[in-house]
Ligand binder design. Sequence first.
Ligand code: GLP
Length: 255
Amino acid sequence: MAEVVILPDREAAGMLAAGAIAELVARKPDAVLGVATGSTPLPVYRALTRLRLDLSRIRAFALDEYVGLPLEHPQSYHSVIEREVTAPLGLEPAQVAVPGDGPIEAASEDYERAIAAAGGVDLQLLGIGTDGHIGFNEPGSSLASRTRIKTLTEQTRRDNARFFAAVDDVPRHCITQGLGTIREARHLVLLAFGDEKADALAAAVEGPVTASLPGSVIQLHPRVTVLVDEAAGSRLVHADYYRYVYANKPDWQRL
Ligand code: GLP
């Protein structure tokens, strides 16, 4: 079972996730982090920046990128990761990888090889889309999928239109780590905030494991932490049990 922690707000969730990263880096200074885009992980990056850790030896791999957007476009995930992760954390650009570099035909396999060469991801931050996607693995994605080009759903394009002038400016394609790739990370930390995520989150944590709800793949992973605010956790059937478990968590047990 995933460890589900229901928190008063996203800043508290950000601090918990940043604390888990701090412990990991203390244990393993050359840890490999999996970073995500979207608004959800921002409190984690803010909290991590405040901790002022020595991150000079870590590596980071982003989950996904639009295809068909110049890499220097302000909403490309190359730009977003540079703005929200690389710069504030004081990382060197070479420490941080985002898929989609080079010829698109080779980009997926190149990215898989780079993750493997770095020794795999130690801790993967994840958000979840309102349609249940993680990374850009839209409903129907194989639970064994690897990094590849995907077509975005209209729902995702509408959700992400807020970052663009108009929904028509949102690319139709993307490159994303597959669900099989994400599952190989040693610790998954899924965050969700706000009422609009409540259904997708409950389905991912408590619903059937199905390609129709890609986030449900977390149930096949041995080490998952789910950090939610009250609104995103409001449709969890076993919320009382998760609260009870967390309130009675032994001191020796880390996240
Ligand atoms: C985006 C990203 C995902 C992200 C999700 C939720 O499309 N590709 O990695 O988790 O959708 O976004 P947000 O955190 O802004 O709600």
